[in-house]
Design a protein. Structure first.
Length: 243
């Protein structure tokens, strides 16, 4: 894969979110709600829900919160009705940004997302204005902090499982799949005894954009502002984050 490691961007984001458990739980609840709404509340039959629940549990979200989100989606509880929306635009220096939200008030969320872009020298575009710069792929990270996993061995394992590509980064391996093969590849790797540090079906930029220091700072401020919005679920961008 061309460009800067996505894992570095994920690590930066996760470190910034460590002290925001309440907001993280809310985002997990919306993910679980949406997956349940689309595919039902049975994790054995709904792979998207199973993945959402696994991610919530990895962040120590209480089981009661998880069950409540599923029951709301399946009609077992009264609750707010959420709507999924996607915004596309450009950040400082022309970096591409895609923002995925789940909200119960689309007018409020649209205004807040627009304000975040405007305050950080960015601008929203129309649907499709930057999405052509990204591919939808399955993305899996295998941690290798102690260097114990041989690159040739895991490459063969990943390709045998049905992966398209694998890249070695400083302390991990990044594995890419088609969206359709994602769950079977995850299952194969887990059954092979490998520990998955992160996994999702996501948007991968064709190329990463390196900005001057002042514009990178503004771009990071834009990302942080969006991350603090409780309606924002995912932010995809092509910024190459420097050390």
């Amino acid at each position: 894969m061309a460009g800067h490691s996505k894992w570095k961007n994920i690590q930066r984001r996760k470190n910034a979110q460590d002290a925001k458990k309440g907001k993280i739980f809310m985002r997990h609840a919306k993910d679980i709600y949406t997956a349940s709404k689309q595919g039902g509340g049975d994790t054995a039959k709904n792979a998207s829900l199973r993945l959402a629940v696994d991610k919530a549990k990895a962040d120590n979200m209480p089981n009661d919160n998880i069950d409540r989100a599923i029951k709301k989606a399946t009609g077992a509880l009264d609750g707010a009705s959420f709507e999924e929306m996607t915004y596309e635009g450009y950040g400082p220096g022309g970096a591409a940004v895609i923002v995925h939200v789940i909200t119960d008030n689309k007018n409020r969320t649209a205004a807040e997302v627009r304000s975040a872009f405007k305050k950080n020298d960015g601008n929203l575009g129309e649907s499709g204005s930057v999405s052509f710069m990204f591919d939808r792929k399955g993305y899996i990270v295998i941690a290798n902090e102690d260097g114990a996993i041989d690159e040739d061995d895991i490459t063969l394992e990943a390709l045998e499982a049905g992966a398209d590509d694998i890249t070695a980064v400083d302390d991990a391996y990044e594995i890419y799949t088609t969206p359709e093969a994602f769950h079977s590849v995850v299952k194969h790797l887990v059954e092979s005894g490998l520990t998955i540090a992160d996994s999702e079906v996501t948007l991968i930029p064709h190329n990463y954009s390196k900005l001057p220091e002042d514009e990178e700072t503004k771009m990071l401020n834009l990302i942080e502002t969006l991350e603090e919005n409780e309606d924002v679920q995912d932010i995809h961008h092509n910024l190459e984050v420097t050390d």
